[in-house]
Design a binder for this molecule. Structure first.
Ligand code: ZN
Length: 495
């Protein structure tokens, strides 16, 4: 299923006809026959999931660490719940499935575009390798015709129940909007956006490369951040200088910076605007851990995320041919160092509920959105909808590029929260609302805060948000159980 944009037939007629709601209402309350997963829960699929998402929680992949954990063995990432029963490449709409039937009716009435709106996963327990999941879907609701920003359409809500044998192991509520293409309200560009110059990074002025700074740009092409260093006294300089101002020496070399830095100061210039930048542009005075400061762009976050002293890490704006048209010319490609919020290392030990406070912020996590992540994420979740892996088809369906599927988003949210909570947190629920699509060459920056803590049970609720250049891609809440609470002890004791 798609995260966003159209997945109806690209050339479907979009004639405006009313829907016979009775035909749809007759489907509400119906359930599909049980659908059995093709394969049991298995370690290769779990490893593939972890590889693509950068998920490093050892309880999913490291048999020794998992055996020594509160879980006593390998468990599956909870957000994989609705991956196990996916059909894979032979995608088809099952006529006995009331959701498919409702979507087909809506397609025939011109509501050919689909956008996933909500997904709410609830987990009774972790799944383990060897368990065979089966599922049944119930169509819970088809809304009256609604006028939304995307277009005129109907919300279709389904709930899928997952079982192992007779035991209910979890459920997923899934809501999509089926809408008629071209009936949405025209986008109302923010005044700042409307006035913006062409943000194509190829339009940026190219650096003037000379003998004194050649080493810097040569390094940038290899993603090496080089700091000019006096070979005689070791003093470091930025910008480069022909002669050491400390010892007077002319023998200048360079050292390679780690890329770790902090934000020393920042400015958000609004005028005058130049082509090649996306406004508001964030300009930081960045202090490298080696001590040198340089001026650079701060990316992967908004003005609201910035604070003096925040940890940053270098990232690179490359003249990738798909990103910077014409940059691969006779003057050669250029890479520019930029800085984004540094990813905080994953916790090795699990937080105790007593140590968590309402209002506590989670660290930022700026996740680069690459075509590889989007395509890899779709395929690892057995989602072969072409808009997630085929740029030509995605464009033909009205998207600007391939876009991330919902399961990849769920996996990234799960990684983000579990990196903060620790490896043995027990997941109870993950509820998301989807917004702007995740396209390649953007960054999704995760932020969050603790919304509720119940020390007695160990239950903690986290509110989170994942933002890209287009706005909020995902927002929602996660419910976890943490050590120290009664419900946590029951959950890990009852395995
Ligand atoms: Zn010197």
């Amino acid at each position: 299923m798609t995260t966003t944009a159209t997945d109806g037939p690209p050339d479907a007629a979009t004639e405006a006809r009313g829907v016979d709601l009775d035909e749809l209402r007759a489907l509400v309350g119906r359930s599909s026959p049980f659908n059995s997963a093709r394969d049991p829960v298995n370690e290769p699929m779990i490893r593939h999931w972890c590889d693509v998402l950068g998920e490093e929680n050892p309880v999913y992949t490291d048999a020794g660490a998992a055996a020594a954990s509160a879980f006593g063995g390998i468990v599956a990432p909870p957000a994989m719940l609705d991956v196990w029963d996916k059909p894979g490449l032979p995608q088809r709409r099952d006529p006995d499935n009331p959701q498919s039937a409702a979507l087909t009716v809506l397609d025939h009435h011109g509501f050919t575009s689909t956008v996933a709106v909500n997904s709410e996963l609830e987990f009774a327990r972790f799944l383990r390798p060897g368990e065979l999941v089966h599922s049944t879907l119930t169509l819970e609701d088809v809304s009256d015709e609604k006028h939304t920003g995307l277009g005129v359409g109907h919300f279709v809500t389904s709930r899928i129940r997952y079982l192992v044998g007779d035991e209910m192991v979890g459920s997923v509520l899934f809501r999509v909007l089926k809408f008629r293409p071209g009936t949405g309200r025209p986008a109302d560009p923010a005044p700042e956006r409307a006035a913006a110059r062409d943000p194509d990074p190829a339009k940026r002025p190219r650096p003037a490369i000379n003998r004194d700074n050649q080493y810097f740009w040569d390094g940038a092409r290899d993603h090496e951040l080089r700091i000019q260093t006096c070979n005689r006294c070791g003093a470091k300089f930025f910008p480069p200088t022909p002669r050491c101002s400390e010892c007077g020496g002319f023998d200048m070399g360079f050292t390679v910076a780690s890329g770790r830095a902090t934000l020393y100061s920042f400015a958000v210039p609004h005028h005058p605007q130049a082509d090649g930048f996306r406004y508001p542009v964030l300009v930081g005075l960045v202090e490298l851990e080696e001590g040198t400061r340089l001026v650079s762009n701060i990316v992967g976050c908004t003005r609201e995320h910035l604070s003096v002293g925040m940890p940053l890490e270098v990232c690179w704006l490359d003249s990738h041919p798909a990103l910077v048209d014409g940059a691969d010319d006779s003057r050669g490609p250029i890479s520019l160092p930029q800085f984004r919020p540094a990813r905080v290392p994953r916790r090795e030990t699990t937080r105790a509920v007593a140590d968590v406070e309402v209002g506590e912020p989670l660290p930022l996590d700026a996740i680069p959105l690459t075509t590889t992540l989007i395509v890899g994420g779709a395929l690892m979740t057995r989602d072969y909808f072409d808009g997630h892996h085929d740029r030509d088809m995605a464009v033909r369906r009205g998207s600007k590029d391939v876009f991330m599927n919902i399961h990849t988003t769920l996996g990234l949210v799960e990684r983000y929260i579990s990196d903060w909570a620790g490896p043995e947190a027990v997941w109870r629920a993950l509820r998301v609302r989807l917004g702007a699509p995740n396209y390649p060459y953007d960054t999704m920056t995760m932020s969050g805060r603790v919304d509720a803590v119940d020390t007695a049970s160990g239950a903690v609720t986290i509110a989170f948000r994942g933002t890209n250049q287009l706005g909020d891609h995902v927002s929602g809440t996660a419910e976890l159980l943490l050590p120290g609470g009664r419900a946590y002890a029951e959950a890990v004791g009852a395995r």
